[in-house]
Design a protein around this ligand. Structure first.
Ligand code: NI
Length: 183
């Protein structure tokens, strides 16, 4: 029983600017179905993260992974990369707490802004907790790129897209050009 591949909304869609609502019952059949569809969508797109509002469901659900360096050597632009990666993780109602005020600036891209990337400051170290698919609380500590991905995805739940956090708009552009000029 595989899920459906959902359409991903692009920047400009009003729902991407809204705060999504807490999931009240993680075992609700609609929530389970949505998660299956989100899993099918990220597999199909071979991407690293997706938040429910991006598929036009305003609920606090995120799915993400961090590839190992060997799986994705193109991460040369990301010095804070976590070489071990993080397996696919579904988060319901995630909450982030920064562990210090230390910030790091790094490149990000997003399914809702295809072809583009930008340099965004994020907390270097965070703690985050969430309900997993089984409805149990999980708590993790993350640094570097792992922390970046979690902050990016959770921002979607608050209606925030990464370009609004870019400090210098010269650090925003098309991925193809930026990667080419940085290799
Ligand atoms: Ni995104």
């Amino acid at each position: 029983m595989s899920g459906r591949i959902l359409r991903v909304a692009q920047m400009g869609h009003p729902l991407l600017k809204e705060r999504s609502k807490e999931v009240e019952n993680p075992s609700d059949s609609k929530v389970i179905e949505l998660i299956k569809d989100m899993e099918a969508t990220v597999n199909y797109l071979n991407c690293s993260g997706l938040a429910a509002p991006q598929v036009l469901v305003p609920l606090r659900i995120v799915i993400f992974r961090v590839l190992t360096t060997t799986d994705n050597p193109s991460y040369v632009l990301t010095p804070e990369y976590d070489p071990d990666g993080v397996p696919w993780t579904v988060m319901i109602n995630p909450v982030i707490t920064p562990l210090s005020n230390e910030m790091m600036t790094g490149w990000e891209s997003c399914l809702s802004l295809p072809g583009l990337m930008g340099r965004v400051p994020r907390y270097h170290s965070i703690e985050y907790h969430f309900l997993n698919k089984e409805g149990t609380q999980e708590k993790r500590v993350a640094h570097g790129f792992h922390a970046r991905v979690v902050q990016h995805e959770c921002d979607h739940l608050d209606g925030i897209l990464y370009p609004t956090k870019i400090k210098d708009m010269n650090d925003f552009g098309f991925k193809e050009e930026i990667v080419r000029s940085n290799y």
